[in-house]
Design a protein around this ligand. Structure first.
Ligand code: GLC
Length: 830
């Protein structure tokens, strides 16, 4: 069953059957102001932090589903009938109202046709201003004149999520609202600059709000600052008293729950169209005034040319990013994901980290070390500045022992200025003892991810100097002076590698500590194959960088050889690669285990890290296909655990087929695609790719339930009653990894320090594909021809007609001058 389609021209996902089974979300804003909204305008807005600076309220996991939101009500002032442009919360029957939601890149359009009125509400945030614009258009498609009231409505929050949920005794009495000059201002009196505003502007001078004497309401009141006055007792957003009566009550108060509710009156002749905007922003009334003036600037006949210009600029922002790499392959699902949705999702992950969604609702924020390190690796071509910013934050979050702080706020490692007034909502800086955890609480994989991320950043940008920039270690940092023991990025990397070499167990495999990538495998002093393989991967990246910098990496080359030997000796079990050992020495993920016999991580990483021999690698990945493949992607492990076993960890306490316990966990799936390309099996890589691709589930929503344009954290596995149902969309490492594995391994376009490598591994049935890649400001138009129907191997390559050397590692195109454009033809072997 389908609820919508991919509109390739507009790069929108269009939901044309609005009653989707669960919220389908999208993000607006690309800088400091960000909103998460679903297909019915439910959701919330925050400024910089969803935990400490939540602007609008959200009753997560509630009933009715996912409210409140940023709503536009339209009321027919002749009949008294009313509806919302976003379908909910009024929710007219789909037999009477036709609602469409268009999820675009950092904007959402809600369109509605009801009772002869066509309406549209677009939500977006301009690139440069912390203001959310609700761009509303209405057209009278009926044959009679219509008198309408339009209400914009949003409910404010008390900023700090805990105060919002728990400490009402403070917030309820220290926040106030007022209306003046057509601007509602909410003042969180307990904060130095705790202001928000809501205002509106209309295309033509509005008629005064019509009197509504029979209801006894104030004819001139076209605003409400108090939520409870607008909604009314024993009511909800579905039937607010103000909308029902056709007039607001002019409420405001010092204290209480505040909202932005503004009523505008519209009169439309048949065929006539009008436009108005609502602005919801960060700052006080003055800021609101400035923004209203700016965005109601007209240009001749267009009353809102500034809004249109901001919307176009946002479109260009994404166009430019997406143009850094665009592909044309015989797989339409792959094209759609790589050219639009996959990169978009990966970018949003880096912009807003992982803690603002409808699942993670902002109560736990900061940077997760491993997630951020991986996310940052995926977008250095489309967002090098943000990638670098994240890398530096992580480098500063590394201890001198060489492990990363698992969850931290970048502010902890920046110089603090003493605030003039310490409000309860100021982001707290925990004492140093609580910022730096010990080894037992360390995730053994966290910092290892940083090394490939740094090296990939350098390969993309050519910024070799980054390796020699100096940053302090987290445990030596003093926030008062802003100083600590500083060393180069290169030295930080060495400390990470040394930590993993030191923290090994009796089999000379890295200890699992609190967890490895698999958060639910809590091995403590037991050992983790995943970490040893990751150690090897990090070592190969580091050694490549060292060689390029002309530095002696012999010690780390020896270390890598030793890791390879221990892995092969201890982890190859004759059938596949063992996942690890518990503290008491029991093997996990080996053929002798009753449950958890085989895991994806150890096998994919054995190959991906370059540690496995090709024969063992092939056998191991055949076992992955045999035991873990499902039509919706690869399961994490098999068989699922059914009995708690605390020596293994939390994975044994999660229900079968859910999350890490044998669900189709999306994040490691791309590791299998990459591993298969290393083994040269393009068909197998594509089979795995297609199984996970949400695009291919667009017509299976009765099973998948969630968004078909986003990868999700996991899909319930065959052991679960809801096999195939997706969970936790959008904020997941699956986004970045899908993009990375598909572009760098399957299509095989990989930047190196001085050349662009082209080394594809594709299904033999593909006759050709092409890629446009912008690398260091030069454009490469690459065509790969596969005349003999093979998977891997490059025979010849021409750069603008000139032969380029090809080897077993593919073609290597030397970096070309910035500003130049080139034609590259690659022919695969016979
Ligand atoms: C979640 C976590 C991530 C972890 C994964 C597997 O996605 O955010 O850090 O690696 O689960 O447990």
């Amino acid at each position: 069953m389908k609820y919508g389609f991919f509109d390739q021209n507009s790069r929108e996902y269009v939901i044309d059957r609005i009653d989707v089974p669960v919220s389908w979300t999208n993000y607006i804003g690309v800088k400091d102001l960000c909103g998460v909204f679903n297909h019915t305008a439910g959701g919330y807005l925050f400024y910089k932090s969803p935990e400490f600076h939540r602007i609008t309220r959200f009753r997560q996991n509630g009933v009715p589903m996912d409210r409140p939101g940023h709503y536009v009500y339209v009321r027919d002032d002749d009949s008294g009938d009313y509806w919302t442009l976003s379908w909910q919360p009024v929710g007219k029957s789909p037999d009477l109202a036709k609602n469409i939601c268009r999820h675009g890149l950092s904007y959402i359009k809600y369109q509605c046709k009801y009772s002869g009125i066509w309406g549209e509400q677009t939500l977006f945030i301009p690139l440069e201003d912390p203001v959310e614009i609700w761009d509303v258009k209405l057209r009278n498609d009926s044959d009679r004149k219509r008198r309408l009231s339009v209400f914009g409505y949003a409910e404010f929050s008390f900023h700090h999520i805990q105060i919002d949920n728990q400490n009402l005794q403070m917030s309820l009495y220290s926040s106030g609202s007022s209306h003046q000059d057509g601007i509602i201002e909410v003042d969180l009196f307990y904060e130095a600059e705790g202001f928000q505003y809501f205002t509106a502007a209309q295309q033509s001078t509005p008629a005064q709000p019509a009197a509504n004497e029979q209801h006894g309401v104030n004819a001139n009141a076209y605003f409400d600052c108090l939520r409870d006055a607008f909604i009314g007792p024993y009511r909800s957003e579905t039937n607010p008293i103000a909308v029902e009566m056709g007039a607001c009550s002019g409420s405001s108060e010092l204290g209480g729950n505040h909202c932005g509710a503004l009523r505008r009156v519209v009169e439309l002749e048949p065929g006539e169209e009008t436009r108005l905007i609502f602005l919801l922003g960060e700052g006080n009334r003055e800021a609101g005034k400035t923004m209203r003036a700016k965005y109601s600037t007209s240009n001749g006949t267009n009353a809102f040319s500034a809004v249109d210009a901001a919307f176009t600029a946002l479109g260009d922002f994404w166009k430019e990013k997406l143009a850094k790499l665009s592909v044309s392959t015989p797989d339409e699902g792959m094209n759609t994901m790589l050219n639009t949705w996959n990169l978009y999702q990966a970018e949003i992950n880096v912009m807003f980290s992982r803690f603002a969604s409808f699942i993670e609702v902002g109560g736990r924020t900061g940077l997760g070390y491993r997630d951020t390190a991986q996310d940052a690796m995926m977008i250095p071509h489309s967002n090098p500045e943000k990638s670098r910013e994240r890398l530096v934050q992580l480098i500063k979050g590394l201890t001198s022992d060489g492990y990363g702080i698992h969850l931290f706020s970048p502010e902890w490692f920046e110089k603090q200025s003493t605030p003039a007034f310490k409000s309860p909502t100021v982001v707290p800086l925990p004492p140093k003892s609580q910022r730096i955890h010990g080894i037992a609480d360390t995730c053994a994989d966290d910092a290892l991810w940083l090394i490939p991320s740094i090296v990939e950043y350098i390969r993309e940008t050519g910024d070799l100097g980054f390796a020699d920039e100096k940053y302090p270690y987290a445990d030596t940092f003093d926030p008062d002076t802003g100083e600590g023991t500083s060393e180069t990025v290169y030295d930080h990397m060495k400390r990470i590698l040394d930590f993993s070499a030191r923290e090994t167990g009796p089999h000379e495999i890295c200890k699992g500590l609190r967890a490895d990538w698999n958060d639910c495998l809590n091995l403590g002093g037991g050992e983790s194959a995943m970490v040893s393989f990751l150690h090897h991967w990090a070592l190969t990246h580091f050694c490549a960088l060292a060689r390029r910098l002309g530095r002696d990496a012999a010690r780390y080359e020896e270390m890598a050889a030793k890791v390879r030997q221990s892995c092969e000796r201890e982890l190859w079990n004759g059938s596949w690669y063992t996942r690890g050992f518990t503290a008491s020495g029991r093997a996990i993920g080996s053929p002798d285990c009753k449950e958890g016999r085989i895991f994806m991580e150890s096998n994919t990483w054995a190959v991906l890290s370059g540690a496995a021999s090709p024969e063992h690698g092939k056998t191991a990945m055949d076992a992955v296909d045999q035991y873990l493949y499902t039509p919706y992607g690869l399961k994490l492990c098999d068989p699922a655990y059914s009995e708690p076993d605390d020596e293994i960890g939390f994975v044994t306490r999660v229900y079968k087929g859910i999350k890490e316990n044998a669900a189709i966990f999306s994040h490691p799936n791309p590791w299998a695609w990459a591993a298969e390309t290393i083994l040269g099996r393009g068909d197998r890589a594509m089979k795995f790719y297609d199984a996970l691709n949400p695009y291919n589930q667009n017509d299976k929503i009765e099973v998948r339930k969630i968004e078909p344009y986003m990868y999700c954290q996991f899909v319930a596995g065959p052991d679960h009653s809801a096999f195939g149902r997706g969970h936790h969309p959008f904020m997941t490492g699956s986004a970045g990894w899908s993009y990375f594995a598909a572009t760098r391994y399957m299509l095989g376009i990989r930047p190196d320090f001085d050349s662009l490598v082209i080394d594809p591994c594709i299904p033999p049935s593909w006759p050709s594909f092409s890629v446009r890649r912008v690398w260091r400001n030069a454009i490469y138009n690459i065509t790969v021809e596969n005349p003999h129907g093979i998977s891997k191997g490059v025979k010849e390559c021409r750069l603008n007609g000139q032969a380029v050397t090809c080897g077993s590692a593919g073609a290597e195109i030397p970096a070309q001058n910035a500003g130049s454009e080139h034609h590259v033809v690659v022919v695969m072997c016979d």
